[in-house]
Ligand binder design. Structure first.
Ligand code: ADE
Length: 261
């Protein structure tokens, strides 16, 4: 998958993304990341890309032309590889839809994707209308620029690109896989500051471990993200009625009993 980032701070983006698992994925060619400096398309000798806003008000606005020329250069490059390409352009902005794991899955299917990072007070609306396909925010707070949100999204998308995670990393169940938060996990030692690892995890009984983990996921989601919990209950009524509930309760009672001894 090829990521292109239109930014005024290409070094910031590249240095943040060239570490750890993404560095390995870049090295292995599973992903490719190119930060393109919008300033290179300023078209004036002072390399100026911002100006005052019409109608007054504080701050400067990024102008349409450099952004558009930068976009066109990237599209030309993509089209030289695949003439049918019609890449999505994600403008990272607090005015967008809030990013989530479903979007991550959707974006990870693209061959090419362009992120547009704004600065100052934003970008001239006319170029946004012309090129942007998706407006996406990372949460209801305002950052100084779009680089950190773009890095967050690229990290989350990349780990779903086939090959980026190794077998061990990708086989792990994790939060949001099934709409629930992940259960608590423990490693050695068995006792730390008088806190014991739950006995069921040492029992070797896989069915019991699965039931315990599922229960912990439910409890944790209910406590920390009640809106996700309600959605899960609505979408999985079979887990909360009849046979499967009875069986689970029976196993959980046994686990609780064993924990006391
Ligand atoms: N730019 C500034 N704040 C942002 C946010 N919360 N999400 C995406 N882009 C942003």
């Amino acid at each position: 998958m090829n990521f292109y980032i239109m930014t005024l701070f290409p070094d910031m983006v590249m240095s943040g993304l060239r570490t750890s698992i993404l560095a390995r994925a870049l090295g292995n060619g599973y992903i490719n990341i190119e930060a393109v400096n919008i300033r290179d398309y300023a078209g004036n000798k002072h390399n100026k890309v911002d100006d005052y806003t019409y109608g007054g008000g504080a701050g400067m606005l990024m102008q349409a032309a450099p952004v558009f020329d930068c976009y066109n250069a990237i599209v030309e490059k993509i089209k030289s590889r695949n003439s049918d390409a019609n890449p999505r352009v994600v403008y990272v902005t607090p005015q967008g839809s809030v990013f989530n794991q479903n979007m991550t899955r959707e974006f990870s299917k693209e061959e090419d994707i362009i992120f547009l990072c704004g600065h100052y007070e934003g970008i001239d609306e006319r170029v946004l209308e012309e090129i942007v396909t998706d407006y996406v925010s990372i949460g209801d707070y305002v950052l100084t620029g779009g680089e950190l949100p773009a890095m967050v999204m690229i990290d989350a998308i990349s780990r779903l690109v086939p090959g980026v995670l190794n077998n061990e990393e990708s086989a792990q169940t994790e939060s949001f896989d099934d709409g629930l938060l992940e259960y608590p996990q423990y490693s050695r030692p068995e006792v730390w500051r008088e806190k014991r690892v739950p006995k069921v995890l040492l029992s070797g009984n896989h069915e019991n471990v699965d039931v315990w983990r599922f229960e912990k996921s439910l409890e944790r989601t209910k406590e920390r993200r009640p809106e996700l919990y309600d959605k899960y209950v609505q979408e999985h009524p079979e887990q909360f009625t009849g046979k499967s509930l009875k069986k689970r309760k029976r196993i959980l009672d046994k686990i609780a009993e064993a924990e006391q001894t």
